[in-house]
Design a protein around this ligand. Structure first.
Ligand SMILES: NC(=O)c1ccc[n+]([C@@H]2O[C@H](COP(=O)([O-])OP(=O)(O)OC[C@H]3O[C@@H](n4cnc5c(N)ncnc54)[C@H](O)[C@@H]3O)[C@@H](O)[C@H]2O)c1
Length: 264
């Protein structure tokens, strides 16, 4: 791709949870589109692997290890990233975790583990990222990873669903708060994406409901109009548009990227 064809040329981007799955696909694709990328993950080795993939493809990347449930790690992570990127144009709050557990059995520890990452981590990353964007003169794009689980309650993943519904709320609030600074804030709602997270969901549901492995995924795929699982690269393709300067008007939205599972 020539530089003029790159849709994120000269942008500085942070992607959290970039060590694998959707985060890795977004980090790699952003770099292919010309962005310099900070690949952030709790797991240093996997962040390094993603940065390595980007460099092997001729892109520019740095790997940063940070546990984003630790709010004291967030400002330093943004600072470290910006010292490599020069500026922050795109922030993707993608790191997340899921717990498959019947509603009646969820513990306070499990509540905290999910909420501390999916919601609190994303909120304070947005705050620190937006402060940086404002310090450098405003303008920017923030993407928060919600889910189709943010559209309904879920009996076996109630805390996850709550965190992803709340992501839509904080996305709308931040979009309102940051509009005058030229920062557009949106959420993506993927459906069933082929990543290690979905392997984990499938295994947990198989154990919980006495299914064969693969059954939980197959049952959901039946309900998808396109009748297939999504690939992480397809979520990354949507993220490129939302993060790019081509997106001049979309803010405060939760966009389903799910093969038609949800239509509201
Ligand atoms: N896979 C799906 O079908 C699907 C569907 C809808 C939404 N999502 C959302 O998309 C995002 C990515 O999902 P995925 O399937 O790629 O997940 P994944 O579990 O495969 O990858 C998540 C990444 O986040 C990192 N991470 C975990 N805890 C962290 C922490 N405390 N600090 C920093 N990084 C941490 C992990 O090391 C991992 O690299 C998540 O927010 C998830 O909820 C996924």
């Amino acid at each position: 791709m020539s530089k003029s064809e790159c849709r994120l040329a000269d942008k500085g981007a942070i992607v959290t949870g970039a060590g694998r799955g959707i985060g890795q696909a977004m980090a790699v694709r952003f770099a292919q589109e010309g962005a310099r990328v900070a690949a952030v993950d709790i797991d240093r080795e996997s962040a390094e692997a993603t940065a390595g993939l980007i460099r092997d493809g001729g892109g520019e990347a740095v790997a940063l290890a940070a546990d984003l449930t630790r709010t004291d790690r967030i400002e330093p992570m943004i600072e470290e990233a910006v010292s490599f990127l020069d500026r922050l144009d795109i922030l993707v709050n993608n790191a997340g975790r899921v717990e498959i557990k019947p509603f009646l059995d969820v513990t306070e520890t499990e509540w905290n583990q999910v909420m501390d990452l999916n919601l609190k981590g994303a909120y304070f990353c947005m705050q620190a990222g937006a402060r940086q964007m404002i310090r450098q003169g405003g303008g920017g794009r923030i993407i928060n990873m919600s889910s189709i689980s943010g559209r309904h309650g879920r009996a076996d993943s109630s805390v996850y669903a709550a965190s992803k519904m709340a992501i839509i709320s904080i996305t709308q609030s931040a979009a309102l708060a940051l509009a005058e600074r030229g920062i557009l804030v949106n959420a993506l709602c993927p459906g069933v994406v082929a990543t290690p997270m979905w392997d984990h969901i499938d295994e947990d549901r198989a154990r919980l409901f006495g299914y064969e492995r693969g059954t939980a995924r197959a049952r959901l795929v039946e309900k998808i109009p396109l009748k297939r699982v999504s690939e992480p690269e397809e979520i990354a393709a949507a993220a490129v548009f939302v993060a790019s300067d081509e997106n001049t008007l979309i803010t405060g939205q939760a966009i389903n990227v799910d093969g038609g599972m949800e239509m509201n």
